[in-house]
Design a protein around this ligand. Sequence first.
Ligand code: SPV
Ligand code: MG
Length: 290
Amino acid sequence: MSPAKRLRSRMTETGLVHIMAAHSPFSAILAEQAGFDGVWASGFELSALYGLPDMSLISMTQHLDMLWAIAGRTTLPIVADIDTGYGNAVNVIHAIGEYERAGASAVVIEDKTFPKVTSLVAGGRQELLRVEEFQGKIEAAVSTRRDPNFLVIARTEALIAGLGEAESLDRAKAYVKAGADMILIHSKKKDPSEIESFSRAWAGAVPLVIVPNAYPDLDAERVKALRNIRMMIYGNYGIRAAATAMQETFRRIIADGGVQNVHKDILPVEEIFRLQKMDEVKAAEARFLR
Ligand code: SPV
Ligand code: MG
C-alpha cells in the first residue's frame, strides 16, 4: 500500500491523524518512533533550520532535497508544505510532479500571494490571491497528481489576513469546487474560538485540517468533538523542541566551562548510534568486508 493510501486509510480508521513537523530525516525518524501518523515537511521549520524567516526565501529545490532525504529515512507518509506553490498554476503543475516523485503523499497549498509572509508573526503583511486564481492552482494540482490517493489540501489564510469567517467559508467552498480533498483552516488567535466557530459552520463536503500552533489548548479530544477535523499538524514543535534543548545545553556548557555537567542530561551517543542503525552497518561489515 502506498504511503498516500495508508494516510487516507488511517484517517478513516482513527478519525484523526497526528502529523509532526520534521525539518530533517533525523527529526522524521524521531517522529516515527514516537508514534505519529505522518510528518509535515514544514516550510517554517526548514527556513528556521537555515537561520532564515519563513518568507519564501527557501527555494523549491532546497525544500525538495530535504523532503527526498526525509522520504529515504522514514516509512511515514509525508505532507509537504509547498507554501503558495512557488508561483502560478504552471509552477504548481511542475511542483506537484516533483513532490510526488520525491515521495510526498500530500501537499498543502496556501492562498497567499508569492512571496508569502509567515502566518503567525504579529503585524505580518498578509495578501491573498483572487479566488479564481487560487482555484486554478488547485485544479492544476489535482489534474497533475498521478496517484489518486495523493491528497491536495487547500489552505486558506483568510482568518490570518483578518478577513473574517464568512470570507474564509466562501473561499474554502470555492476551493472544494476546484477539487481540493481537504481544507486547512489556519488561525493565529491565541485561543481556538475562530477554529471552533469555523468548524461548526463548515458544511462543506470535505474534512478539515488544523495547525494548532497559536492555540495549543485545542487538543485531540476537543478536536474530535468538532467532528469534521481529520488531521492535526504540529507545525513548529520539532524546531522549537530542538531549539529549547540546544539553547539550554549550549548555555550550560559555557557557564560550566565544559561538558562535565550536561553530558548526563543529554542522550548518550549510543542512542544516536541506535537511531543511525549502526547495528545494520556492523552486520554488513561482518558479512561483506573481506
Ligand atoms: C509551517 O510549519 O511551515 C506552517 C505552519 O505553515 S505556520 O508556521 O504556523 O504557518
Ligand atoms: Mg508553512
